[in-house]
Design a protein around this ligand. Structure first.
Ligand SMILES: [Zn+2]
Length: 345
């Protein structure tokens, strides 16, 4: 939506409500009686992505959430993209949810920060493991999302998988074993500025996944969010990593910067791991530069190059931001792939 249209949109909204303290909620696939009750007391703006967009005065939020506890807040900054991104988490929602999960599961989830971006976004990493407060001698794994800020499906998938692990600890034998044997570090928003603006880039024009040093440009300077995640990475000994992207249904390993293959032993390891991950969801597995294109300065190359990390890049799904109703299916198609990755180490 262009600026003039946005201004008209905001003006009309303000005029219609004569009240600027409104929040917009996305109510997904509600039962008829729920939407009926909501519509009686609130303004249902329009039908969107498998649900409805609803304006809620701040003073009536509590009442609204009694009627529709599953509704999701859409932040005001998302107005311009509400049609496309309705239902998706934003930075503040992810931040609040991470804090809430760490508070709810203090034995197995620990939230840490590893910096702050120049524009003021806190950078979060959630450690998930048994005895989480202690540094146990277990394989360390890292799963990152939203390196490209507009690939917002990645954050939904990562957050849902985190919740599965935490909610099923000591209930599901397979997931419990993962938490007992590994230390998994989740970074749901590598590039929070881009993510907030639904923008691929960091600091407006830097592609974060072309911004890591690589063999050939070893002293490359990175933009703030990539510099921070690199420093954090070097504070650990990460054995395996996944950087989630969208889209393409691909599970990929280094190298990206060259068509040359990694050394034979590593290549066999990578092939074994990625083929096993792709077995159920039928994603295509292979070397980055061979199945998409040569890309210099990507995360997987950096982590593999610096620490021999079995570092993967995954392109989820068939869209960066599918209609929100499609998200559960994409979470499901990702689940076994990620569990197999964790179990590999
Ligand atoms: Zn990407």
């Amino acid at each position: 939506m262009n600026l003039i249209f946005s201004l008209i949109f905001f003006s009309l909204s303000a005029f219609a409500h004569n009240n600027s303290s409104l929040k917009t909620y996305h109510l997904m696939a509600p039962e008829i009686k729920v939407i009926d009750a909501v519509a009686e007391e609130f303004e249902v703006v329009r039908k969107i992505a498998n649900g409805f967009e609803i304006y809620v005065p701040i003073s009536k939020q509590t009442r609204f959430l009694e009627l529709a506890p599953n509704a999701k807040l859409i932040s005001k900054t998302e107005f311009k993209n509400a049609g496309t991104f309705a239902g998706y988490r934003d930075y503040k929602i992810v931040e609040a949810e991470l804090k809430q999960l760490a508070a709810q599961y203090p034995e197995i989830a620990k939230l840490e920060t590893y910096g702050i971006t120049e524009d003021g976004h806190t950078l979060y990493v959630l450690k998930v493991s048994d005895n989480v407060q202690i540094d146990e001698d277990e394989p360390e794994l890292m799963i990152t999302s939203a390196t490209h800020g507009d690939e917002i499906i990645t954050v939904e998938v990562e957050m849902e998988l985190i919740k599965s692990l935490l909610q099923n600890y000591e209930k599901d034998a397979r997931l419990s074993k993962m938490l007992k044997e590994k230390e998994i570090f989740f970074i749901p928003m590598v590039n929070p500025q881009g993510y907030s603006q639904r923008d691929r880039y960091a600091n407006r024009n830097t592609d974060p996944n072309r911004d890591y040093p690589y063999p050939g440009d070893e002293n490359k300077k990175s933009v703030d969010c990539i510099d921070a995640v690199r420093k954090w990475f070097h504070s650990r000994n990460i054995k395996g990593s996944i950087d989630l992207h969208a889209y393409g249904k691909l599970i990929m390993f280094p190298w990206a910067y060259t068509k040359s293959s990694p050394p034979k032993d590593d290549e066999i390891n990578f092939q074994y791991l990625t083929n096993s991950m792709a077995e159920i969801n039928k994603y295509e597995a292979g070397q980055i530069s061979k199945i998409i294109y040569v890309a210099k300065g990507s995360s997987a190359d950096y982590y593999y190059w610096k620490n021999k990390t079995l570092a993967l890049g995954i392109e989820l799904s068939t869209s960066k931001a599918p209609p929100y109703g499609a998200v559960p299916k994409i979470v499901e198609e990702s689940r076994e792939m990620i569990w197999r990755f964790i179990e590999h180490f």
